[in-house]
Each structure stands twice: as C-alpha cells, then as structure tokens.
Design a protein around this ligand. Sequence first.
Ligand SMILES: NC(=O)c1ccc[n+]([C@@H]2O[C@H](COP(=O)([O-])OP(=O)(O)OC[C@H]3O[C@@H](n4cnc5c(N)ncnc54)[C@H](O)[C@@H]3O)[C@@H](O)[C@H]2O)c1
Length: 261
Amino acid sequence: MTQRLKDKVAIVTGAGRGIGRGIALRFAREGAKVGVLDLSGAECQRVVDEINAAGGEALALAADVTEETDVNLAVERLRARFGPVTVLVNNAAVMPAGPIHETSPKDFDRCLAVNLRGAYLMSRAVIPDMLKAGTGSIIHMSSVTGLLGLPGLAAYSATKAGLSGLARAMSTDYARHGIRTNAVAPGTIDSPMLHDFLAAQANPEPLRDQFDAMHPIGRVGQIDEVASVFVFLASDESSFVTGATYTVDGGLSVKGEQPQD
Ligand SMILES: NC(=O)c1ccc[n+]([C@@H]2O[C@H](COP(=O)([O-])OP(=O)(O)OC[C@H]3O[C@@H](n4cnc5c(N)ncnc54)[C@H](O)[C@@H]3O)[C@@H](O)[C@H]2O)c1
C-alpha cells in the first residue's frame, strides 16, 4: 500500500490524547515521521511507544504551546532528529465553558493563549523550514463552534473562528512559497473531551442521545473520521487546497429547520 505521507516530517500539538493522538497515529501509519507534542511528557511517550510498536517513527515533545522557548526547542529537537518540518497540525486547545459575563479574564486569556497564540507561535517556528523546503502544510484545528453560535462557549468559539481566519490570511502570504494553510472544523466527536463532559453531568445518557440527534447524519463523529481529513490536507493530494475550512460535522453546520405542524 502506498504511504500518503512518506518523506513528511510532521508535528502535532495536543497529541497526547484524543483527536491529536488519533491524527499522530494515522500520520505515522501513512509514513510521516511525527513529533508528538503535549504538556505531559509521559502522555507523549505513550503515543510514541504505540507508533513505534506499529513500525512507525516518532519523537515525544513535552512542551506548552503558549511558551515561545518550549515551542522553539520542540521544533529544533524534531528537526535535529528527522530533518526540516513540513507539516504542522495546531490541535492543542482548552475549552472554558460559560457565557462571556461568567468567563473570568484569566480563563479568557488562557483560551486565547493556547488556542490562537499557540498556533501563531508554532507556525512561526516551522515556517522557516517550509520556506527553505519550498513546501509545507499547516492545518489549524477549528470547530463548528467557530462557524455557528452554540451556547456557553463564547471564548472558545472566538478562538476557533480566529483559527479559520488565520488559515485564510496565512494562505495568501505563503501560497507562492508552496506552503498551504487550511483549517478543519469538526462537529461533536466521540473523544475523551466528550466523555469527560458527559461524565460530569447528572444524566449523561439522554444528553449523549441529544448530541447524536443534533447531527443530521444521526450520530457524533469518530476520531478517525477527523484524522482522515488531516491526512488528505497534509498530503500532496490536496496540492490545490489552501485557505479552506473543511467541516467534518455530519451536516451540522448546514442544517436548516422547517416548521412542523
Ligand atoms: N472533541 C470534540 O468534540 C471536538 C469538536 C470540535 C473540535 N475539537 C477540537 O479538536 C482538538 C482536540 O480535541 P480533543 O477532543 O482531542 O481534546 P482533548 O482535551 O482531549 O485534547 C487536547 C489536548 O491538548 C493538550 N493541551 C492543552 N493545552 C496545551 C498547551 N498549552 N500546550 C500543549 N498541549 C496542550 C491537552 O493536554 C490535550 O492532550 C481541539 O482543538 C478541540 O477544540 C474537538
């Protein structure tokens, strides 16, 4: 079977668990050498061990994407191990809940720092490699919350809309240099984030059913269904795709409602 990411060196942030882990595992299976970046070195190492056990190559990078020195060091370590970085996935995020008047300045700032400034710092660190190589793919993890007004997620939604804007703006700066920048906007995904959220509710079962029913396809998405789109955008198969936001949401963002009698 041809490996779609052979010869790529990729860095995935927030890859210690959840969707980021799923993307890192798929990238490695497709032949990429993968930098697994997250806050906890132990979590990164677990994912690296999984990749190695499946015959792939990866490096654990414990780093906080809000810290410029962490970010630069992580990129340097990956470059020293595998060569210039040609794929970046900005997936790390935090999600403070609540309407704006109940969101503390501390939570708001942290949300911006991780979700948006982290993507900026990571992009800034890898773009020189991509300019030198004359090729690169940067993919920002957005969300349908960046396209729709969903209740109780204002700060998070603002950063997700920002990431789509960043992908659009960066595409115009770098298209001529062979660097493509896109965003992916998933609907609700069957992930540890969703499980944690449901576990904290008094009555999780009917809520889980509501999440399923909210998506026109009739269910929430699977991590691998999101990872597939990242493989496409990271690979040369998407060579004419830049500045786009791909929704992976079972139709949620285009759903209309008709009055019922
Ligand atoms: N789960 C969903 O339903 C869903 C839907 C749409 C979009 N998304 C987006 O997908 C991405 C992954 O979501 P998930 O469900 O896997 O979430 P998750 O909370 O399981 O994973 C996020 C990861 O980011 C890491 N992280 C947080 N702050 C960091 C920092 N400062 N530096 C480095 N790493 C940091 C965390 O340690 C964690 O491993 C996020 O960007 C999220 O907004 C998720």
